[in-house]
Design a protein around this ligand. Structure first.
Ligand SMILES: Nc1ncnc2c1ncn2[C@@H]1O[C@H](COP(=O)(O)OP(=O)(O)OP(=O)(O)O)[C@@H](O)[C@H]1O
Length: 463
């Protein structure tokens, strides 16, 4: 049942409203002043507020304005003993649902309460539906930098063809988003886009995952299973983290691409498949080929078109646009008014290393929205944006500078520096989570297998 908060400094009114509404099975909270009312709104789940206009200290209009900043969806019914058209109009302008005059008419009160609650649940339902629709819709590729413009042009040109595409780029830089748009703008967009994260599937299961299996083909194969190649029939198969695929699975994928046929594990029938393959990796595949970890012939099959998504640090000019958009999107998801990001905060954001790229930027904006007050300032960015950025060697960080206490000349290349920053960040998070790899992977918003490969790459060990 709904909870109604009554804010009125007249005890008699509060108690008669309570009696009437409790009789109708509503849960009632009541306070005799606006401040306490606002405190309750912060802590309790309230569905409707009945608020007197004329009260000492803080009047009802102020309560309404302040409450609407943090909880715009809670309907307010204003009550006044001195009802004039002007007060009613002012209340409506400030966003009140309705206005009731004292002495209260019982029927009008109950109908207004019911209408307000009905409208509020409709608003909530609509928001949930909108959120569902917007999260299933492919997000726009934001960015005005030359690199992003070129990527969008390439997508427009390549998507309607059958050419295979290999997308490269660091973690969180937007490879999956590019793959989604390649599908979305292709002639296959009515058929499914099926994604396989090759790094997340143990090598002994990848073949069954991709090609399916027949019942009884191995111990746990208790029934027949259709693999991803078949599921993607008529559509697009997105092989993410292809650089982590075992050599034996690579050989089978190569055959599927050459012959457009697959065989389920444990089966002997060849099945025709009609899929377009788009692959992505954060690895340097040419180096993997050199090291004997990746097949050259498969590389050539996959990379008819190459799209490289640059790291965020190589397109810092896009940070303000991305930050503003993420801020709007997240505030809307939370149902709160959009917070402003000050210019100084934008400058501060542009100075961060962004080893986790756009995914990290989005997470940070979300954190800043939660932790900041009315707007996001440079001080918020310094304080909350990257809690792992503690002063190094006792050197406190000055405003507007990024001071890691590092000798910048000790790095041979930009990549060297980025690797160092990534290693330190991962090490910090692992230690913070007591080397719990699953928790740390969640914290970093990357796959667990990904984290394992980073630990191995950087030779990280528990002290
Ligand atoms: N140009 C962009 N504009 C808006 N949002 C973006 C952009 N690029 C990436 N994102 C968002 O950033 C997040 C990470 O992007 P995505 O998953 O595509 O990265 P990825 O390179 O595939 O990461 P990983 O290598 O870890 O799989 C997603 O929420 C995505 O919607």
């Amino acid at each position: 049942m709904s909870t109604i908060l009554i804010i009125d400094d007249e005890r008699a009114i509060r108690s008669s409203l309570r009696d009437i509404l409790e009789y109708e099975d509503y849960t009632i909270l009541d306070v005799d002043n606006g401040r306490d009312g606002l405190e309750i709104l912060k802590k309790e789940k309230v569905n409707l507020v009945l608020c007197d206009i004329k009260m000492n200290n803080m009047d009802g209009m102020e309560v309404l304005s302040e409450a609407h900043q943090s909880s715009p969806d809670i309907p307010f019914i204003m009550i006044s003993g001195h009802g004039t058209i002007e007060t009613a109009v002012e209340a409506a302008k400030k966003g009140a649902f309705d206005f009731l005059e004292k002495p209260l008419d019982l029927n009008r009160l109950l109908i207004t309460v019911r209408n307000a609650l009905d409208k509020s649940s409709l608003v909530t339902e609509t928001k949930v539906l909108k959120r569902k629709v917007s999260s299933s819709k492919t997000k726009d590729i934001l960015g005005e930098s030359g690199a992003i413009k070129r990527i969008k042009e390439t997508i427009d040109r390549v998507a309607p063809t059958e050419a295979r595409v290999l997308i490269t780029g660091a973690n969180g830089s937007g490879k999956e988003l590019v793959a989604r748009w390649l599908h979305e703008k292709s002639n296959r967009s009515q058929a499914p886009l099926i994604e396989v994260n090759c790094a997340a599937i143990p090598s002994e299961l990848i073949e069954s995952e991709l090609f399916g299996h027949e019942k009884g083909s191995f111990t746990s194969a208790i029934k027949q299973r259709i693999g991803k190649f078949e599921q993607a029939s008529g559509g697009t198969l997105f092989l993410d983290e292809i650089g982590d695929m075992s050599l034996s699975a690579q050989a089978k994928v190569l055959r599927a691409l050459q012959e457009h046929k697959i065989t389920r594990v444990g089966g002997d029938k060849e099945i025709d498949v009609n899929v377009r393959v788009v692959a992505a990796t954060n690895k340097d595949l040419l180096k993997e080929i050199e090291d004997g970890n990746f097949r050259m012939d498969l590389y050539h099959r996959l990379s008819v078109i190459l799209i490289h998504v640059p790291a965020l640090i190589d397109r810092v000019d896009d940070i303000p646009l991305l930050s503003t958009n993420f801020c709007e999107e997240i505030c809307m998801e939370y149902g709160i008014p959009v917070k402003e990001i000050t210019n100084a905060a934008m400058r501060e954001l542009s100075h961060l290393p962004w080893t986790g790229n756009i995914r990290e930027l989005r997470n940070m904006i979300e954190r800043l929205i939660i932790l900041s007050d009315k707007s996001i300032t440079d001080k918020d960015v310094v304080a909350f944006a990257n809690p792992s950025r503690e002063p190094v060697n006792g050197i406190a960080q000055e405003k507007g500078t990024v001071n890691y206490g590092l000798d910048m000349d000790s790095f041979d290349s930009f990549q060297d520096y980025k690797d160092h920053a990534e290693k330190e960040f991962i090490k910090y998070k692992l230690e913070k989570n007591n080397w719990n790899v699953s928790k740390t992977a969640d914290d970093l918003d990357i796959q667990r297998s990904h984290l394992y490969s980073k630990i191995e790459k950087f030779g990280l060990k528990r002290d």
